[in-house]
Ligand binder design. Structure first.
Ligand code: NAP
Length: 338
């Protein structure tokens, strides 16, 4: 990332919430490889890290919970970052239906306290702090057409989408106040670090386990949902470009190509050599969501033309990479719990 700062070490200091998550861990690795000093917010000490979380050597971890605004404000004051990446929160639409209030608090209201704490610190020190919010395609839940772009009306259909919509508006409010506050409107993105509570990883881990004779059936909810799936490290690159841009703005980050969950299932089973996937996949109504977003497909014209970003990984390669990783984990007896 090409940005010069008057920082203590390297190009500057970055603070990441959600640093143990899929994106936060890739971002921490990427920034550190460029000389950034990286600090991250965690809810528990990394020695007690849970399945599905990734820690990165060299990151300085700070205890705190996004639902406790005071925690985050104090950590920000002690870190005095040049960049703030707000990636933490409840990131699963399914979980948001189980915990709607917590989702509103952690993925919605807490963003205002992060923005306010960042603004206050900037005012007190006179040093610019750039803020990037992990916004979501779920803002456009009821989109009437595809692809969606930065001007598509915001009309969420889940507690997750509603919380992200509130946060998205709050970022615009602080941008209007004069802060460098930007949003990456992220479409679905996957990797080998995706936890198995997400349908994509459940599918790749399930296909690998069935092919190895360690699982009989894979239960899934809605196979018809249509999503635009990208590769997480590409999306982290997009976040770095957005926060380094000349001006703060909103950018759709996607691949521009959509597939159904059924396409994902077919590709995963094809990767393990099973053509007759219908015989091992069962539909379970209880896993379907009360309402699901329409076709999600992003228009990446703005980020491509203004920031030169393009995705590097196509759908089939992405699914195959996840399946190969799950096969390796099975062989090492480290497969995720399904
Ligand atoms: P993830 O893997 O689920 O990571 C979420 C992170 O947030 C974890 O480090 C988690 O820490 C932390 N967190 C959750 N609740 C917290 C709390 N109360 N206080 C402090 N930290 C908390 O998510 P991701 O896939 O990397 O996504 C990163 C961001 O992008 C999220 O905001 C997500 O909503 C957004 N996004 C992701 C996608 C996608 O497809 N991945 C698409 C659109 C938008 P714990 O380990 O303590 O739970």
């Amino acid at each position: 990332m090409n940005r010069q700062n008057n920082a203590r070490t390297g190009p500057g200091t970055a603070f990441i919430t959600g640093v143990t998550g899929q994106d936060g861990s890739y971002l921490a690795e990427s920034l550190m490889s460029q000389g950034w000093e990286v600090h991250g917010l965690v809810r528990h000490v990394p020695a007690h890290i849970n399945d599905g979380e990734t820690t990165v050597d060299g990151v300085e971890y700070h205890l705190g919970d996004l639902s406790q605004p005071h925690d985050v404000g104090s950590v920000l004051k002690s870190v005095r970052p040049d960049l703030v990446f707000n990636l933490g929160g409840i990131s699963s639409v399914y979980q948001s239906w189980q915990q709607p209030y917590e989702t509103a608090l952690v993925s919605g209201a807490s963003v205002v306290s992060m923005l306010e704490a960042t603004w206050q610190l900037q005012q007190a020190t006179g040093k610019e702090i750039r803020f990037l919010q992990a916004s979501s395609a779920e803002l456009f839940g009821e989109a009437k057409s595809a692809p969606q772009n930065e001007r598509t009306p915001i009309s969420p259909v889940s507690p997750y989408g509603a919380a992200k919509a509130f946060a998205h508006h709050a970022v615009n409010v602080y941008r209007g106040r004069g802060m460098f506050a930007a949003s990456a409107i992220l479409y679905n993105h996957e990797s080998v670090r995706r936890p198995a509570k997400f349908v994509t990883r459940k599918i790749t881990a399930g296909a690998a386990a069935i092919a190895a004779g360690k699982l009989d059936k894979l239960s899934l909810g809605n196979l018809d949902a249509v999503r635009d799936w990208g590769w997480a490290p590409d999306f982290v690159d997009a976040m770095e470009r957005i926060v380094s841009a000349a001006n703060p703005s909103d950018f759709v980050v996607a691949t521009g190509v959509s597939h159904s969950v059924q396409d994902f299932v077919e590709a995963a089973f094809a990767a393990v050599g099973i053509d007759n996937w219908r015989s091992v996949v069962e539909l379970d109504e209880s896993l379907a969501r009360p309402s699901d977003a329409a076709e999600m497909r992003g228009d990446i014209t703005k980020i491509s033309s203004e920031l030169g970003w393009r995705p590097s990984m196509d759908f089939e390669s992405l699914v195959a990479a996840m399946v190969r990783n799950d096969e390796d984990l099975l062989a090492k007896d480290k497969a995720p719990q399904l």
